[in-house]
Design a protein around this ligand. Structure first.
Ligand SMILES: C[S@@+](CC[C@H](N)C(=O)[O-])C[C@H]1O[C@@H](n2cnc3c(N)ncnc32)[C@H](O)[C@@H]1O
Length: 335
């Protein structure tokens, strides 16, 4: 931490001047996904301004235990975490997929209170989220130097490897790892390791396997916010790619597979229909009850998560659990 007030910086690696590249990539992914059998859309496109707002609502739903569990474990263990982070002197605190950093702020508060020497590097694909967070932290913690990075994870990791010379503590919270297919998740953690030096730390937030009914309810809330969040993907396609999805003709369908430990979200076409996208100048047909896969959320046992870290080149240090034992933040050290 720098003792004087600092001016935060924003590094935009999304390489767009007018959003055209982003739109082209979005259009290409949507066209590919809707032409595939079975159909698929990437969960990375959930988070436009409306999607981020809906996700904030999801986080406070009674059924959505994930955020509360991780928040409470951070409250309970933040003092121990901060001591573990700061044991080697100055460090860059890197927050992958930081979003609004609601939970990370618990750590920022503790680090500041204890006078630890660090700077904060939140990284997110959402430019709006990073601009907002940077402004917010300038007000709340003017003494913390914040370099917010707008980038896709891999581009961001490359930048971090090249531009952050000191020791790093990398956070990947919120069970974001669950959105990767298992093999992809393993590969991603290996990529994180490749951009770190021996001794750097990695804190991984993992939603643990538990009663399937509890998991299913978290993605199928009674008030319909998760359904609105899922459907917002089609609304975003309509708005940004000139689509004509009829939102009333699609419904949210969640499914938990307790053997694979994975929660799936689908959007189901309630009738036979055709959708046109101006951006691709193409039509996509849907049979009645044909589904689009929009999200996977993999759950892990502590052993599976430990093995994943070890296979990627980390040593397991410890796990911090919430009181119910349903969520873990697992600390690893690069070897
Ligand atoms: C579920 S939110 C989690 C926010 C926060 N870390 C937490 O635990 O509450 C996921 C965040 O990851 C970001 N994200 C998703 N895919 C990404 C990608 N491929 N590259 C960079 N950021 C991404 C989203 O924009 C969003 O802010």
């Amino acid at each position: 931490m720098l003792l004087q007030t600092t001016t935060n910086t924003l590094i935009d690696l999304s390489q767009k001047t007018d959003g055209s590249q982003d739109r082209a990539a979005f259009a290409k992914d949507v066209a590919e996904g809707l032409s595939q059998r079975p159909k698929k859309l990437s969960s990375r496109y959930f988070y436009d301004a409306n999607g981020s707002r809906l996700f904030q609502q999801i986080m406070s739903l009674p059924e959505y235990y994930l955020t509360r569990a991780e928040y409470s474990l951070l409250q309970q263990h933040r003092a121990a975490m901060v001591e573990a982070f700061a044991a080697g002197g100055f460090f860059h605190l890197v927050d992958l997929g930081a979003g609004d950093a609601m939970k990370t702020k618990l750590l920022l508060g503790e680090l500041t209170k204890k006078g630890k020497d660090f700077d904060y590097v939140p990284l997110d694909i959402s430019g709006a989220a990073m601009r907002e967070l940077s402004r917010d932290l300038q007000q709340t913690y003017p003494e913390i130097y914040v370099q917010a990075v707008v980038a896709e994870y891999i581009t961001g990791l490359q930048w971090l490897g090249q531009h952050l010379p000191k020791r790093k503590v990398v956070l990947f919270l919120g069970s974001n790892i669950g959105n990767f297919e298992r093999q992809e998740g393993q590969k991603f953690i290996r990529q994180i390791r490749q951009h770190l030096q021996p001794g750097d730390l990695f804190l991984l937030g993992v939603d643990l396997t538990k009663d399937p009914a509890t998991i299913l309810a978290a993605y199928n809330d009674a008030s319909g916010v998760t359904a609105a969040f899922n459907l917002n993907l089609l609304e975003r396609i309509n708005r940004e790619l000139g689509g004509n999805f009829d939102l009333d003709a699609f419904s949210h369908f969640p499914l938990y597979d307790p053997q694979e430990g994975v929660m799936h979200s689908f959007l189901v076409s309630e009738r036979e229909q055709e959708v046109y996208l101006e951006a691709t100048q193409a039509r996509y047909t849907f049979a009645a009850w044909e589904a689009i896969h929009t999200e996977s959320s993999h759950k892990y046992t502590l052993q599976q998560a430990t093995d994943m870290g070890r296979t990627a080149g980390f040593e397991f240090v410890t796990s911090y659990l919430d009181e119910k034992g349903g969520f873990a933040d697992m600390l690893f050290k690069a070897v």
